[in-house]
Design a protein around this ligand. Structure first.
Ligand code: 13P
Ligand code: SF4
Length: 304
């Protein structure tokens, strides 16, 4: 009997060609979904790939704000999110009216938003950033004050690295917030020769204890080059699949088995297939919002 996963994979690959579709997959997605991707990457790499593809359909395996970013960049393409309910709780911690109010309180400030925001929030901002380029972009901003939303921990990290004071919003990633300083201390003791890398969405005290603070794409690149053979990984568990696949001779130890983002685990092979069959569910940003949000995303892509 034919392996059903294999069967699903071959139907997806066939339909992908027929539909002239590209499958973009975030580093936290299930291994089976990463395996059928045209490209696997972090938020910045995925938006760059969306911006330059010739495909007419983009199947985005990630969370809602990522598909929205692809739609902001590619209004002439059909952007599909195989499970529409896959959202990012942190992105929903700030709304456009709340940001407008914050801007009114700080009239001279520039507003920088993390890519983990809705299109409406991006439309209210001067520049967007991802964890891969936030420090570099903030460094270049000439502003009396910088408002940073919604991730307080990434904001604190950027402020510390650039020496620029920032007006922060109290948002956070519930998955990364589960990683505690005590977890890092425990890992240091258990694996004294290991390198410790964490994502900047981690709590500030956790980032301060790490050897490297990197985006998921930064982690992938770092692990290809490092001489270390044991690496403690402080981010969502899904990245471990790719790290192990690409570096079979290295040992990857998740800092906490609690660091699982349920939203990043909603899409399976079946959902990808159905999405290609039905060309749904589609994510499309209303044109008026898209045009304004596009400016902040374009600024980010140009500078990085
Ligand atoms: P990256 O851009 O580093 O992949 O992070 C996205 C994200 O949602 C982290 O939780
Ligand atoms: Fe959002 Fe955190 Fe999940 Fe990333 S890991 S998608 S920031 S909830």
């Amino acid at each position: 009997m034919k392996d059903s996963r294999q069967d699903l994979t071959s139907r997806i690959l066939k339909l992908k060609k027929e539909r002239n579709a590209i499958v973009l997959v975030h580093n936290y997605q299930l291994g089976e979904v990463q395996d059928i991707a045209d490209f696997v990457g972090d938020s910045l790499e995925l938006s760059q790939n969306a911006a330059r593809t010739d495909a007419s359909v983009i199947v985005f395996c990630g969370v809602h704000f990522m598909a929205e970013t692809a739609s902001i960049l590619c209004p002439d393409k059909k952007v599909l999110l195989p499970v529409l309910e896959a959202g990012c709780p942190m992105a929903n911690m700030i709304t456009a009216p709340a940001l407008r109010e914050l801007k009114e309180q700080h009239p001279g400030a520039l507003a920088m938003c993390y890519v983990n925001t809705t299109a409406e929030v991006k439309a209210e901002c001067d520049i967007c950033c991802t964890s891969a380029n936030a420090v570099q972009l903030a460094q270049k901003l000439e502003a009396k004050e910088i408002i940073f939303v919604p991730d307080q921990y990434l904001g604190q990290y950027v402020s510390m690295k650039t020496g620029k004071p920032m007006i922060l919003w109290p948002g956070y990633c519930p998955t990364h917030a589960r990683i505690q300083a005590a977890d890092i201390a425990r890992m240091r003791k258990a694996y004294p020769r290991a390198e410790v890398m964490v994502h900047p969405e981690c709590r500030s005290e956790v980032s301060a204890m790490a050897d490297f603070v990197l985006s998921t794409g930064g982690m992938i690149r770092h692990c290809r080059c490092t001489g270390a053979t044991q690496i403690v990984v402080g981010t969502e568990m899904g990245i471990i699949y790719r790290l192990r696949k690409e570096n079979p001779d290295k040992m990857f130890i998740p800092v906490s088995e609690q660091a699982v983002c349920p939203n990043m685990k909603m899409i399976g092979l079946e959902n990808v297939l159905w999405s290609l069959e039905d060309l749904a569910p589609e994510v499309r940003v209303p044109e008026e919002v898209r045009v304004r949000a596009r400016k902040s995303v374009d600024r980010m892509i140009q500078v990085s």
